[in-house]
Design a protein around this ligand. Structure first.
Ligand code: GUN
Length: 284
């Protein structure tokens, strides 16, 4: 039976690191870092996520603001709010929770957030920075995944890493971070032929597709580290990941649970990114 990687405990450690930093930042710069979270509409999952993001910010002692907007808000009005926040010197981080209603162009929204306040690391400037190996804001979920992998003590250099999923939020950036650590990286996806065979090559397997129970124990190399990014509801309404936990845990050396794995780490890394934005803005 593999060991469970406790994302909740690790996220608390990261949040405590941030919490310890905030008073010194306030002392030095005369104000606390400030994160603004925007939610549009009433997607229940998004509401839970943003509530947890604001709660985490409160825990660390930084300033935070939640802006709740009606589903019917126009794209132009949302962009106007973002531009005002870009110009507001008391704001360090701006996060617009995705997905957005279909009448709003997500790309335009991401492009409008000032790069130096882009705590999600989704702005094209930050994406380019990541792929060019420059100092930049790294997306929270991939950054959290790397902390979870590192907590196992595995040395990534020369290992085979397989990432299942190719989203801009998780799959692509985590593949780049694994590459930076000298792993040999394969990106698999919904059209990959014989997904099981590809997954079985993985010493580290990251699954981020949003399909409950897609990866089963027979698709995992014995002793692999398994990171489950999925956040699905099964027929009984219970939260579950993309990995079939019982069968996978039999084979893996380490495995993240859902809930309590990647989710809390994403939020903890958002706190870190807010501090980074605060510091880089104060250096200017
Ligand atoms: N929706 C799901 N994950 C994320 C995330 O990391 N950031 C934002 N802004 N929206 C999301």
């Amino acid at each position: 039976m593999g060991q469970i990687i406790d994302g909740k405990a690790l996220s608390l450690q990261v949040k405590d690191e941030v919490k310890a930093e905030v008073p010194a930042l306030e002392e030095k710069y005369g104000r606390k870092p400030c994160l603004v979270v925007i939610i549009v509409g009433e997607n229940p999952a998004s509401q839970v996520y943003v509530r947890n993001k604001v709660k985490a910010a409160e825990y660390t002692g930084m300033e935070s603001r939640l802006i709740e907007l009606a589903e019917s808000i126009s794209e132009e009005a949302l962009l106007g709010i973002i531009r005002d926040l870009n110009d507001d010197d008391s704001v360090d981080g701006i996060l617009v929770q995705l997905p957005l209603p279909s009448h709003i162009d997500e790309e335009k929204v991401i492009d409008t957030i000032a790069r130096e306040k882009d705590v999600d690391g989704f702005h094209p400037g930050n994406v380019a920075g990541l792929w060019l190996g420059k100092d930049c804001i790294v997306p929270c979920t991939p950054d959290g995944i790397m902390r979870l992998i590192d907590s196992t003590g595995i040395q990534l250099k020369g290992k085979n890493a397989v990432v299942v999923g190719r989203s801009n939020i998780v799959g692509k950036p985590v593949a780049k971070l694994l590459l930076d650590r000298h792993a040999t990286v394969t990106i698999a996806h919904s059209r990959t032929a014989d997904l099981g065979a590809v997954c079985r090559t993985a010493d580290v397997l990251v699954v981020a597709v949003g399909k409950a129970g897609l990866v089963t124990g027979d698709m995992i190399k014995p002793g692999a580290v398994v990171i489950d990014v999925g956040m699905n509801r099964n027929q009984e309404g219970k939260l579950c990941g993309d990995v079939d936990f019982p069968s996978a845990a039999e084979v893996a050396s380490y495995i993240t649970p859902v809930p309590g794995g990647v989710g809390p780490m994403t939020i903890a890394m958002l706190m870190k990114n807010t501090i980074r934005c605060f510091l880089s803005r104060n250096k200017e």
